[in-house]
Design a protein around this ligand. Structure first.
Ligand SMILES: [Zn+2]
Length: 309
């Protein structure tokens, strides 16, 4: 009996020493954050600014196609060992549930954008298009405010010692500097410009932006799906609109081959502008440290061009 007890104590000791009890933070003192894509990465970066010993890993590499991403074994390992995991929780993230279940890391905090910003399906008809739900909730700066607040409070719980820094960063990012300015910039565009509708010859992952600021749009695809080519009829409808209404600017999203846009503006003087969904950025932009704020300010400048000029 005594021997059995000794054996159990021995096994428990080994388990504790090997870190199965979630002693990881004490091991290396680092706070490790795993973010699935660029917005998740950038928001974590803003809130941890100036805090030492924070490591943020972005799973989807810059320039790659986000919607077909699948985690590699080393990604799964990184997720299972992290302190904070941040993901969207939409249709392109269905792999997450299994990975989190098998990770079995009870100390890990998990933030899902869709849980924070509400993921109800929007099935309204919009300009004749059936509009399905849009997981790109961050295209509204108001949603980002909710998201970063959640990130700051999760980090304060994980790393009490730097609670002050996280809260200060949150305040800087939301009120003093970036999000408030973005919100005002977008609001002014739709208050000041004469036109209120844009033509997007591409996918449309901007439901939340349009909803927040109340602008109209016609797009080649409803939502973000790229599984099918738009019909010839849709393309000719957009082309007719550009001609008849003398539309000067037509939008595509990032990494577009602009094929649809080129046929839509054919025979007119219209120009192509980019509306960036921020879902991923090019390798070059990433290395230059581009942020969500930078991309959204570019979006605002392009929207102003299309609606005010
Ligand atoms: Zn997307």
């Amino acid at each position: 009996m005594k021997r059995l007890l000794a054996l159990i104590i021995c096994i428990l000791a080994i388990l504790t020493l090997s870190g199965c009890g979630g002693e990881k933070m004490a091991d290396d003192g680092k706070i490790s954050i795993v973010a699935t894509a660029f917005p998740h990465y950038d928001f974590a970066r803003q809130i941890t600014k100036g805090v030492e010993n924070v490591e943020i890993k972005m799973l989807i590499s810059p320039g790659s196609e986000v919607h077909s991403y699948e985690p590699t074994p080393s990604d799964i390992l990184a997720i299972s060992e992290c302190d904070l995991f941040i993901y969207t929780g939409g249709e392109s993230d269905t792999w997450v549930k299994n990975v989190l279940e098998s990770a079995g890391n009870e100390d890990m905090k998990v933030i899902s954008f869709m849980d924070i910003c509400g993921g109800e399906k929007h099935e309204e008809a919009h300009e004749g298009h059936e509009h399905t739900y849009d997981e790109h909730v961050w295209t509204s700066p108001k949603n980002v405010e909710l998201i970063v607040t959640k990130i700051a409070s999760a980090l304060s719980e994980i790393d009490k010692a730097h609670e002050k820094e996280y809260n200060k960063n949150l305040l800087d990012y939301t009120r003093k500097l970036q999000l408030a300015e973005l919100h005002q910039t977008f609001k002014r565009i739709f208050e000041e410009c004469v036109r209120n509708e844009i033509v997007v010859a591409d996918r449309f992952p901007f439901y939340h932006l349009a909803e927040e600021y109340g602008f109209e749009y016609v797009s080649a695809y409803s939502g973000c799906s790229s599984s099918t080519e738009p019909s010839a009829q849709v393309i000719s409808e957009l082309a007719n609109k550009v001609k008849e209404e003398n539309v000067k600017y037509v939008f595509t999203i990032e990494f577009s081959n602009q094929k649809i846009a080129n046929s839509v503006i054919e025979g007119t003087d219209a120009e192509i502008l980019t509306l960036h969904s921020c879902h991923n950025v090019s390798k070059e932009d990433f290395e230059n440290g581009i942020t969500y704020y930078d991309l959204m300010m570019q979006n605002a400048a392009n929207l102003r061009k299309a609606l005010c000029e």
